[in-house]
Design a protein around this ligand. Structure first.
Ligand SMILES: C[S@@+](CC[C@H](N)C(=O)[O-])C[C@H]1O[C@@H](n2cnc3c(N)ncnc32)[C@H](O)[C@@H]1O
Length: 236
């Protein structure tokens, strides 16, 4: 796979040439707004220029620039990976000796040497499948999983908390001691119980909102480093 230039904090595409779409043309207001946002988003343009499948790639690049978890990782799991921007960044970082396993509900086009699975992370047999594909314990578990919004805030909140818990269950089962867990959480940080659990299980827990994360989005990321290990986790 061709190496991409890996820098993300320096995305400097100006917003001076704002594109405004004309009304009509059979577009709904919501899809016109979405299209305008895409056309005027410097991260979308930069992702296209650098060959990343999603603007989300820059979120991971920024998080890694700050917390430096990719360089020390060889076996990596990417939960909620479609269309594959994070997987591309991870592959570039781990190189040919690394193992990268990516999973999503939505099928993902092949990406280099990554093992791609299609499925629901919440399904009982997914953990075994992922672990098998990994060939041993992971150094890094990433989760950018997001549930599609229902518009009902309490439901959406419960859904995302459920996904984070699932990702953390998985991380605790497969991470090697000293490993790192990075997951999308909600603005304001992690739920109290979840945060307590993370602090128990990991030596250092931090939160960050990368510049590439849209200001209006309620997302941010938790970075939990130094997994303390679990005697009951899947054997290597
Ligand atoms: C924001 S996107 C991920 C973008 C990706 N990190 C990238 O760089 O291209 C969130 C993804 O989470 C996936 N997802 C949500 N719930 C899931 C689940 N239960 N199991 C697997 N994937 C899930 C969605 O299908 C969606 O593709």
């Amino acid at each position: 796979m061709p190496k991409r230039k890996r820098s993300g904090g320096d995305v400097s595409v100006g917003r001076d040439k704002t594109v405004k779409l004309k009304r009509g043309k059979g577009r709904k207001v919501s899809s016109r707004r979405w299209l305008e946002r895409q056309l005027n988003d410097p991260y979308v343009a930069e992702a296209k220029r650098r060959g990343y499948r999603s603007r989300a790639a820059f979120k991971l690049i920024e998080l890694d620039e700050k917390f430096r978890f990719l360089a020390k990782s060889n076996r990596v799991v990417d939960l909620g990976a479609a269309p594959g921007g994070w997987t591309q960044v991870v592959l570039d970082a781990v190189g040919p000796k690394g193992t990268v396993v990516a999973i999503d509900l939505t099928p993902i086009e092949p990406i280099g040497d990554a093992v791609i699975l299609t499925g629901d992370v919440r399904d009982a047999d997914t953990e075994d499948q992922l672990y098998h594909a990994l060939g041993g314990r992971a150094d890094l578990v990433l989760s950018d999983m997001a549930a599609s919004a229902t518009g009902h805030a309490p439901t959406d909140h419960l859904r995302i908390v459920g996904l984070i818990e699932t990702a953390l269950d998985f991380a605790e089962a497969v991470l090697t001691p000293g490993g790192t867990f990075v997951a999308k959480v909600l603005q304001g940080g992690t739920e109290r119980d979840l945060l307590a659990r993370l602090k128990r299980e990991f030596a250092k827990v931090s939160h960050a909102k990368p510049d590439a994360s849209r200001k209006e989005s309620a997302e941010m990321y938790v970075i939990a480093a130094g997994y303390r290990g679990d005697a009951n986790s899947t054997e290597n």
